[in-house]
Design a protein around this ligand. Structure first.
Ligand SMILES: [Mg+2]
Length: 280
């Protein structure tokens, strides 16, 4: 049987926003079956977090990476050189049209100034608060730096993550955001979820984390296992579960979904696979 694995990156193959470590690169090299990646982040961010360290740690091989929640598909070849070539590209702006996209950006800007979204003074802001990833938008109330994090970026991130854990800020605002989106763009096909640990992801339905899984099945894989850390409702891997339950409501479909706690849990899982177990 043709079997493949799709991995989320952040907090699944790497610690949150940290570079891929050697043991995980080795595990990917020893996986013995094709794999692909499904990440919310863009290429720029993942070069230093994932692709360059993977190559530098000696991984050799080829795989596809579905970035920006499936909006961009790259083929990654790790040979003497690291090569990433764009295979497919989707644009939210084209999809919504100029005026719909403009309405959406205006709404997000307004909401960041709305008192319901206000952050306490204990949370500093670093980087861009609205990130246009072409196929997807990322709304980060405390900001988001491009590429590797600076000290200020790390501090802001830690402050926000602690604040969010204590107060449920994002979980509380998720339905508010949904309501405002539907009011501004009635009948839209936008999907909203919590992005990583600090933001909200906005994607077009179907162009989400499930896109990697659907594509591999369309292209001839008979079974796909998805491994991610945020499969809970509102999490940025949840679209995979939604897709599976909508496609195979009685279960027993060709997709297995595995929720991992963190990168150590993924390591245990892959070690169990290499010993021939299921390691769930
Ligand atoms: Mg993740």
């Amino acid at each position: 049987m043709n079997r493949a694995v799709v991995f989320d990156i952040d907090n699944t193959l790497t610690k949150a926003r940290e570079a891929l470590e050697l043991p995980m690169a080795r595990r990917l090299g020893a996986l013995g079956r094709p794999f692909a990646l499904a990440a919310g982040s863009d290429r720029e961010l993942l070069m230093s977090q994932f692709f360059e360290p993977l190559h530098a740690h000696g991984f050799r091989g080829q795989f596809d990476a579905f970035l920006c929640n499936g909006a961009l598909r790259y083929r990654c070849r790790c040979g003497d050189q690291l090569e990433l070539s764009l295979v497919d590209e989707f644009s939210m702006k084209n999809h919504l049209g100029e005026s719909g996209f403009h309405t959406l950006l205006g709404l997000l800007e307004r909401l960041l100034g709305d008192e319901r979204f206000a952050l306490p003074s204990s949370v500093s802001i670093a980087g861009d608060r609205i990130v246009d990833r072409r196929g997807a938008l990322n709304l980060a109330p405390s900001g988001r730096e491009r590429g590797a994090l600076s000290a200020a970026g790390r501090k802001s991130r830690d402050e926000f993550v602690a604040f969010d854990a204590q107060t449920g800020y994002r979980a509380r605002l998720l339905p508010v955001l949904r309501q405002e989106l539907d009011r501004a763009l009635p009948g839209n096909d936008l999907q909203l979820s919590l992005g990583g640990q600090t933001s909200f992801d906005l994607v077009v339905r179907g162009r989400d984390k499930s896109f990697a899984v659907r594509t591999l099945l369309d292209e001839g894989m008979q079974h796909v296992t998805y491994v991610g850390d945020a499969l809970f409702p509102g999490g940025n891997d949840a679209a995979v579960l939604d897709y599976v339950s909508a496609s195979w409501p009685a279960g027993k479909g060709p997709v297995d979904v595995i929720q991992v706690r963190d990168v150590d849990h993924t390591a245990e899982l892959l070690d169990a696979w290499s010993r021939g177990g299921t390691g769930r």
